[in-house]
Design a protein around this ligand. Structure first.
Ligand SMILES: [Fe+2]
Ligand SMILES: [Fe+2]
Length: 135
């Protein structure tokens, strides 16, 4: 993957969600550039904490929209969100405790997860919810 940035290929045709995905991808990018610039622990920790908080907000909103639309794969999708929330919280904890640093490998993990989750999992609800008039 080259530079991780929003593009139309990520669109799920639901404005609120597209906007949240744009913000999420932007925050991952912010963490990546802070890491590359060699920003200190506090600065990186702050961005990571904000990213986790935003993930929680986004996942909750997305789950609310899926549930309201009666999306049949809601539970499985929610479980994927929980897995990622736990995983990122673990990275954050290790980081705060000084047992891990934000490396290229961590960034690749985050970028790949977001890319694959939007393309493979979020994209699946798009036609179902769009057909219900949710856009
Ligand atoms: Fe999702
Ligand atoms: Fe999403």
């Amino acid at each position: 993957m080259g530079i991780f940035e929003w593009s139309e290929k990520y669109s799920v045709n639901i404005k609120e969600i597209d906007n949240q995905h744009k913000k999420l991808i932007g925050m991952v990018g912010q963490l990546n550039s802070a890491m590359r610039q060699g920003k200190g622990k506090d600065a990186l920790g702050k961005i990571l904490a904000d990213l986790i908080q935003y993930c929680r907000t986004h996942f909750a909103d997305e789950e609310r929209i899926m549930k309201a639309g009666g999306y049949p794969d809601y539970e499985a999708h929610k479980a994927k969100h929980k897995w990622m929330t736990d995983r990122v919280a673990e990275i954050f904890r290790e980081y705060q405790e000084g047992r891990a640093t934000i490396t290229l490998e961590v960034m690749k993990f985050l970028e790949n997860w977001v890319d694959q989750h939007i393309m493979g999992t979020d994209k699946q609800y798009a036609p179902f919810l769009n057909a219900k008039g949710i856009s």
